[in-house]
Design a protein around this ligand. Structure first.
Ligand SMILES: [Zn+2]
Length: 89
């Protein structure tokens, strides 16, 4: 099936990746989704563009969301490495 206008997007495949940037204990869960029926990429909304340990961010085109995380009662132990471009609408 091509074209997503007629597809209900009811069967989605997610790719999950854990990334680490800089010398910190913060990890980032990166999520990408794609419709298994029509192959359309999922586009996330509402998060600022970039990557920062302070809050979720997403890729410029919304194709990937990045969720910073720690484990258990860990405290953030690094410098605030990253950038944020702005809030997408
Ligand atoms: Zn679809």
């Amino acid at each position: 099936m091509s074209g997503s206008a007629q597809c209900p997007h009811t069967d989605v495949h997610f790719d999950l990746n854990v990334a680490r940037f800089g010398d910190t204990n913060v990890g980032y869960l990166e999520i990408v989704g794609r419709c298994k029926i029509c192959d359309a990429p999922m586009r996330f909304r509402g998060a600022p563009l970039g990557v920062t340990p302070a809050h979720p961010t997403m890729a410029l085109d919304g194709s990937e969301i990045r969720l910073p995380f720690l484990f258990g009662d860990e405290e953030y132990d690094g410098k605030c490495v990253g950038f944020v471009v702005g809030v997408a609408s």
